[in-house]
Design a protein around this ligand. Sequence first.
Ligand code: ATP
Ligand code: MG
Ligand code: FE
Length: 337
Amino acid sequence: ICILAVETSCDETAAAVVKNGKTVLSNVISSQIELHTVYGGVVPELASRNHIEKINYVIAQALSDADIKVSEIDAVAVTCGPGLVGALLVGVAHAKAFAYALKKPLIGVHHIEGHIAANYIEHDIKPPFLCLVVSGGHTQLAAVKDYTDIEIIGKTCDDAAGEAFDKVARSIGLGYPGGPKIDAEAKKGDPYAIVFPKAKVAKSEYDFSFSGVKSAVLNYLNSVNMRGKAVNTADVAASFQKSVVEVLVEHTVKAAHDYGFKQAAMAGGVAANSLLRETMKKTCDENGIKLYYPSPVYCTDNAAMIGAAAYYDFLNGKRSGLDLNAFPALKLGEKVE
Ligand code: ATP
Ligand code: MG
Ligand code: FE
């Protein structure tokens, strides 16, 4: 089964051709980072317009890289939510046109199901497993009971982990997107230099809260500035990163233990974080949990992960109509027609 997949939920215009949910024949990603950098974050209207400019080239490149005839495509998959509505609509409209022209089924895919499915591309992991989803807009602990049966058992009450990385990076002048910049800067700093709080959510041990640590960083910066001292950005980055990573690891291992999962995975852009990968691996090893995570290129937004998720939807009989819409706040498992 050969799937042409399209992803335009945020600031990456992406298309890929994926065979049997595993073999990536092509994976084209056009990033808008430069476009949004001057604004310090994604500007939705600019994102939509840029997707429109790029989408035809990106899909054409994915088909040519894959070196297959369009007649060999069995289905067209597209992220239909959650994400920026204008951005999603560009991908959805183009995928529909392709499905109609090729007379092949259309499959609307949940973006987070895609992030989780990124793990199937390079590894032989099979459900059930616990997945820590850590991206720019989500921080969740997902019980992946089956390929298309996912239950959220914990989530953030406020900021997503990636959002916290981005905001803290901006406050210490590292720029956008902050995650990779903090990751690099932290390597030069002392993670024990400053003690930032590890936020726990009362009575819900699998939930997260990152607005507290973000405020703690801002308060720290203000107090240092007021004393007329220079901020050691590497120490701030390292100390902040340590605080966030520890909470992510502790909650994941606790949930895996309580729910009896012997396998765990990570997904989303923050899963590319080097300290998180290292610490999670070590802690899972110590606790007898087998850990999987995708290569960095499959952690951040891409269409190969959408093609991987769509394969299991396809096998499960899921089909979307040519009236498929974009759903900016789509929930996992929510039915869309
Ligand atoms: P969502 O998937 O929730 O809709 P998104 O698609 O914008 O949000 P992703 O593309 O999965 O998010 O991930 C982007 C986020 O990952 C950004 O917040 C970015 O800062 C963060 N990120 C990327 N690389 C790293 C890294 N090495 N360390 C920490 N964070 C990182
Ligand atoms: Mg992005
Ligand atoms: Fe994403």
